[in-house]
Design a protein around this ligand. Structure first.
Ligand code: ADP
Length: 401
């Protein structure tokens, strides 16, 4: 049945991911990625009915050109155009304004614009995406929904979201912890609640979203109570190219003593640090996993990653107070890296968390399942599906569910 399709748009700073989801069957029909915007050559790849296709653009492209291509060429060619009933947009930052997904109105557009100061590479581009869709699909007015990465974390209590800065920086400038990956967390806890047979509003778990960007969230009674990303996605765990937690004084040392420019320092912390910076080779965990026992540089860097991750899991365990229903692993690394899961869990014996090596080896490449021993707190691997979550929110909101 094709008559209820949701278009999901995820505008990145120089890329655009999209998918068409049959919401009643919860199936992704078409998905794709356009990347390398503003370069000499860019390309878009897409997958429809398990057939992969690619188009190269020999001139500079941008988000508007790609959205027009997706809607006026891909959707029309594949006879999907007339069945699109709504559009869901991933929005990186909703500030304190949004605690849920919302229908996009003029007021919402303004609030997304206001939150751009916290996500300058994403929110303005995502606004362009929304405005272009309004132009291309005017009949879907009132059927466009914004789904915020930050919304899930708006339940975090003040004691966990305040930084110990002069309070005016929060009161006047709204500098605080906002977190990210909220859509992924909402998706995996929904699945975990079903698997564990624990109702969502009593579910206590620690969820690790480990991808190029990594974060961890303490979820109590189904609500986020603390998370490792901060004002921006730079804080917290060691990531692919981001440093995560560092002493802020390092920035002054780089600036005052090493005479680095402030933009250079930002680039170092966001693009040249993390696993790439520590290994000086790669941020790709497939390579890292294959070389952990062969290359001392890789081992040392990975041990920093594991140390930080296990430290966060242990510290979040005290926030659960009475019970931990599960530790959850998701994201490209969490879903696939047998090594990272094993080495991290091995550090958590004191919390009664033990890995079953055989199960750990089996649950990867899109599989969902437990990887713990029988006497351990449950450890679940759950492949995330942010697109499906966005489509579900969009459908629920436009049908008032
Ligand atoms: P993003 O944050 O961009 O959404 P992903 O969730 O796709 O990132 O995760 C990307 C990371 O997952 C990369 O570091 C990649 O190396 C890692 N990864 C993907 N597949 C595997 C695998 N089979 N084994 C280990 N790591 C993997």
């Amino acid at each position: 049945m094709l008559n209820k399709l949701i278009l999901v748009i995820n505008c990145g700073s120089s890329s655009l991911k999209f998918s068409i989801i049959n919401i009643l069957e919860k199936k992704i029909l078409l998905f794709g990625l356009a990347e390398n915007f503003n370069k000499k050559y860019s390309c878009i790849t897409w997958n429809f009915n398990n057939i992969k296709k690619k188009k190269i653009f020999y001139s500079k492209i941008d988000h508007k050109i790609i959205l027009n291509f997706i809607i006026n060429v891909l959707l029309k060619e594949n006879l999907l155009y007339n069945n699109i009933i709504a559009v869901g947009h991933r929005i990186v930052h909703g500030g304190e304004k949004f605690i849920n997904s919302v229908v996009i109105t003029k007021k919402v557009l303004k609030a997304i614009k206001n939150a751009s100061i916290f996500a300058p590479l994403h929110n303005p581009i995502q606004l362009i995406g929304i405005q272009e869709i309004i132009k291309i699909l005017p009949h879907l007015e009132g059927k466009q929904v914004a789904v915020f990465d930050t919304a899930f974390h708006q339940t975090i209590p003040e004691k966990a979201y305040l930084y110990a800065l002069p309070i005016k920086f929060y009161k006047k400038y709204k500098i605080r912890r906002y977190g990210a990956h909220g859509t992924s967390y909402r998706y995996v806890i929904k699945i975990a609640s079903k698997i564990l047979n624990v109702s969502l509003n009593t579910l206590n778990c620690i969820s690790c979203h480990l991808g190029n960007g990594s974060s961890i969230t303490a979820i109590k009674n189904g609500k986020s109570v603390d998370t490792s990303m901060g004002l921006t996605p730079l804080e917290g765990l060691v990531m692919g190219t981001r440093c995560g937690d560092i002493d802020p004084a390092i920035i002054f040392y780089m600036f005052n003593i090493l005479n680095l420019k402030i933009n250079e320092i930002y680039k170092i912390l966001t693009e040249k640090s993390g696993m790439l910076g520590l290994t000086n080779i790669t941020s790709d965990f497939r390579y890292i996993e294959n070389n952990y026992f062969k290359d001392l540089k890789i081992k040392k860097a990975t041990d920093v990653f594991i140390h930080r991750l296990s430290k966060y899991i242990a510290s979040y365990s005290i926030l659960m107070e009475k019970k931990i229903d599960a530790i959850i692993f998701t994201g490209g690394i969490g879903e696939n890296s047998v090594l990272i899961r094993e080495k991290t869990i091995e550090k958590l014996k004191i919390l009664n968390i033990f890995v079953d090596k055989k199960l750990n080896n089996e649950i990867k490449f899109g599989k969902t399942g437990f990887i713990n021993t029988i006497n351990s707190i449950p450890i679940l691997v759950i492949p995330t599906n942010e697109e499906l979550m966005i489509a579900q929110d969009t459908f629920n909101i436009i049908t008032n569910k």
